[in-house]
Write a protein that binds this ligand. Structure first.
Ligand SMILES: [Zn+2]
Length: 412
């Protein structure tokens, strides 16, 4: 192996010390004391490698190793170093440590690549403090404006613009964090799976082909509230009766659409909500996720058809309000096959899988060819203190990216 298990463990443990909720999982919100600590640790490690260390105007950290071709676009590796409230030690840092360890290997083995390689540690991916998720990558993609920094506030009413200033960044320069597509060759992220599949299948790591698209909408079914004792069954306009007939079918539409499509009702509000009143109004959310737009659309039309059918049958009406629509994102097929090839060469087992959650990779894919590697999560747990990935598993994921970077970077 090129990589060192000891160094990987040491990094994860060191980063986990920068935590504002010791004893209750890891909390590292952006632009806080815990952020400062992690930032200084990372800067120190990058400095020691003699890299060009800098922060962009969005507050993400970079460590750049020049390539032999000074005009060549950069290959970026890393993830985010913020966390959710009371989370774990791996969501984010696993990928940050990947970037750091690969920079060490390149230095240690005196590997010279044609393309420059940059470590990146991004901030505010979780949106834990300011609710501004995937912030570091969105800034690089040129999607963040000064006005957004004034709008995004933490629970104490401190805006991101104010926090930036207090931390020593100039919020007016946020535009400067944008990267041009032509200056980038690739981005590769490593992240914990946050699901149970890899562990259950005893697979070393996952190679992501798609990050799912999301279609989320709210359905309101309107019937009539009536006395639950005196209104005969056939004369009712029971909004919940109609809704439940629909909800019990929803899962089948996802299965029929195929390609691992999933559909969920996660919120259900029954009004007026009394034991002795026929429900007059019901509101629920529908969340459809798939790697194929066609599958999402198929579920959506099945949903609308079924809603019409049950409404007619039950004498109720319905309204749909769209909440969120995100298209599926494709990971770069060339990077994916390089990762596959190197996994085989190193004797690691892998599974090509779809990511059901969004990551910085989802945003970076808009500006550069992107790859995403998942390492196993114990019991599928994440965003909690129990979050865990065995260091040996993490090392395998890092190792395969390391070999891929050497190849992609056209090492001499
Ligand atoms: Zn994450």
């Amino acid at each position: 192996m090129h990589t060192s298990l000891d160094r990987i463990r040491k990094d994860i443990e060191a980063l986990s010390a920068f935590n504002s909720s010791p004893g209750e999982g890891l909390t590292r919100f952006s632009l806080t004391k815990a952020d400062r600590g992690a930032r200084e640790y990372l800067r120190g490690e990058l400095d020691e490698l003699g890299l060009k260390v800098y922060e962009d105007s969005a507050g993400s950290i970079f460590g750049r190793m020049e390539g032999t071709d000074s005009d060549a676009p950069v290959i970026m590796i890393g993830s985010h170093f913020d966390s959710v409230k009371n989370g774990g030690n791996f969501d984010g840092p696993a990928g940050v440590v990947m970037g750091l360890e690969i920079m060490r290997v390149l230095k240690e083995k005196k590997i010279k690549t044609k393309y420059p390689i940059e470590f990146v540690g991004m901030i505010e991916e979780e949106g834990g403090r300011f609710g501004a998720g995937v912030f570091g990558s969105r800034s690089m993609a040129g999607k963040v404006k000064y006005e957004d920094l004034k709008k995004n506030k933490d629970k104490d009413g401190i805006s991101m613009a104010e926090a930036f200033e207090a931390f020593g960044f100039d919020p007016h320069k946020i535009d400067e964090s944008a990267r041009k597509s032509e200056d980038l060759k690739a981005f590769i992220e490593l992240h914990i799976e946050q699901g149970p599949v890899l562990e259950r299948e005893n697979t070393d790591f996952g190679l992501v082909d798609f990050i799912v698209g999301i279609s989320e909408f709210r359905v309101k079914m309107i019937g009539r509230p009536d006395h639950a004792g005196t209104t005969p069954m056939l004369l009712r306009k029971d909004a919940l009766g109609a809704a439940s007939e629909f909800i019990s079918e929803l899962g089948n539409y996802a299965v029929e659409a195929g390609q691992g499509t999933v559909a969920t009702v996660g919120v259900l509000d029954v009004r007026p909500g009394a034991a002795n009143i026929v429900p007059g109004e019901v509101e629920f959310t529908v969340d459809i996720r798939s790697k194929k737009i066609g599958c999402m659309d198929a579920v959506r039309s099945a949903v609308e058809e079924k809603l019409k059918e049950v409404s007619q049958k039950r004498g109720v009406s319905f309204e749909i309000e769209d909440l969120l629509k995100v298209d599926p994102v494709t990971m770069d097929t060339e990077i994916l096959s390089l990762l596959k090839k190197n996994a085989l060469k190193e004797g690691f087992s892998h599974k090509v899988m779809t990511s059901g959650a969004g990551h910085d990779a989802m945003i970076m894919a808009e500006i550069t060819p992107t790859g995403l590697v998942f390492v196993p999560s114990r019991d599928g747990r994440s965003h909690c203190p129990e979050e865990w990935t065995d260091y040996e598993d993490l090392q395998k994921g890092i190792e395969v990216i390391c070999h891929t970077i050497i190849e992609l970077g056209e090492a001499e």
